[in-house]
Design a protein around this ligand. Structure first.
Ligand code: FAD
Length: 390
């Protein structure tokens, strides 16, 4: 076994942040090694709903402050990548929906009327009716209003597969990570006993960033975890629906996305308020009951008697914020050769990569001599969660 490797950028963690960054760096001519401990995408990324937000949902509670927020540009950047003329080539990754919808089941409350009239959403939100409605809402009994957002929804398991292809031979399965310090400077990491020297090391290990920083004896940046208890429903009567159902509060009452299972059935994946505080406190059986009641109230014409149900618990990992406020930009901080961050959203992976590239440019890091990699143990790509649960 070749025990010492050298590369330009060593990335720890193969979720969306690490994988997108890896593809971007390789395209810019940098040599990279990306180390993954479990499966590629198997942390938060493959459990995400795949919505490429443009920020409209955040404007709902006044959090979108304008053009300074990177999120507003994300749908365009992802669309270009999917079309093959963006910063990385994501051609072949299926688009599950070209739009995400805002759905108000009753009459629009006062605060929402002003929201739809506000500058933040003008030109980005159109009301839809009749056969333009999402298939699951096309029913005589449907009442309410639906608005189309210029946001897209991606098939995340296939996105991860594509990013793993773009990684070429840069992927390494590795479990035990120890620092290599020289004259008090971090110059590399030992991964399962194999020394890897790099000009820069990026920690993009999601909720494990805290543990990795701890192992390096570094206390900042602090991390916050937001627990979620998501619900999955699979059944022959389900039709596609990609929508935030508005409650009246600042957060969607439920956010539904629809995903294709290998046997041809659809799976609905439920997030939003139902998966947060009260939902986190419920055990899986009570959480499923709560979801059954919610769907029964909102979509009574859909027969769910033969549906299968499951729940999944997962923590969102982010930089610590006061009051657990959600950041609307990716977060990256650096010290010496070490860069650490969280994209904070799948949609913001391009912003995360921008921040790393800006740091490399600021520090004058250029592609240098690198080891040729072959025959390294390669991590597998994560399975869709519904294939594991049903
Ligand atoms: P992760 O995907 O968690 O990846 C971290 C990786 O690091 C994992 O593969 C892990 O195995 C690996 N790792 C850990 N420790 C080590 C180690 N020691 N060595 C090597 N590798 C290691 N965002 C959106 O934009 N749209 C959405 O619709 C959306 N929906 C969401 C729904 C849910 C239920 C959740 C939980 C999140 C959602 N998000 C969404 C947020 C988004 O999923 C995350 O912000 C994003 O996936 C985080 O990516 P990441 O690469 O930082 O972390």
């Amino acid at each position: 076994m070749l025990n010492t490797l050298s590369t330009d950028v060593l990335i720890i963690g193969g979720g969306i942040a690490g994988l997108w960054l890896n593809a971007r760096l390789r395209k810019e001519g940098f040599a990279t090694i990306l180390v993954e401990k479990h499966t590629l995408g198997g942390g938060q990324s493959v459990k995400s709903q795949g919505i490429i937000h443009g920020g409209a949902k955040y404007a709902l509670h006044g959090a979108l402050t304008g053009a300074s927020e990177a999120i507003a540009d994300m749908p365009r950047r992802w669309r270009e990548a999917l079309a093959g003329n963006g910063e990385i080539d994501l051609r072949g990754v299926p688009l599950l929906s070209d739009a995400h919808y805002l759905w108000s089941p009753g009459t629009i409350a006062g605060n929402l009327t002003s929201f739809f009239a506000s500058k933040a959403v003008r030109g980005r939100v159109d009301q839809v009716k009749g056969d333009q409605l999402p298939p699951a809402l096309q029913h005589a009994k449907f009442k309410g209003k639906v608005y189309r957002l210029a946001e897209l929804v991606l098939d995340v398991p296939n996105l991860i597969k594509r990013l793993a292809e773009l990684a070429g031979d840069s992927l390494l399965a590795g479990e035990v990570i120890e620092p290599i310090f020289e004259a008090d400077k971090l110059t590399g990491l030992r991964v399962d006993g194999r020394e890897i020297r790099a000009q820069r090391i990026v920690l993009s290990a999601g909720s494990s960033n805290a543990e990795l920083l701890n192992a390096l004896n570094i206390s900042q940046p602090a991390q916050q975890l937001r627990p979620l208890h998501m619900v999955l429903v699979k059944g022959p009567t389900l039709k596609p629906l990609y929508a935030h159902c508005l409650g009246g509060g600042p957060k969607p009452r439920v956010t539904i996305t629809t995903h294709p299972a290998a046997d041809g059935q659809w799976v609905w994946y439920l997030g939003g308020e139902i998966a947060e505080a009260d939902g986190v406190a419920r055990d899986p059986a009570s959480q499923i009951k709560a979801a059954q009641k919610e769907l029964g109230d909102l979509l009574p014409w859909i027969d769910l008697s033969s549906a299968q149900w499951a729940t999944v618990r997962v923590d969102r990992a982010e930089p610590a914020q006061t009051g657990l406020i959600r950041p609307d930009n990716a977060f990256l901080t650096d010290s010496g050769n070490l860069l650490v961050g969280w994209p904070t959203k799948l949609a913001l992976a391009p912003d995360f990569a921008d921040r790393v590239l800006a740091t490399l440019e600021r520090d004058g890091i250029k592609p240098g001599p690198a080891s040729a990699l072959s025959d390294l143990p390669r991590p597998a790509v994560a399975e869709p969660i519904w294939e594991r649960l049903f």
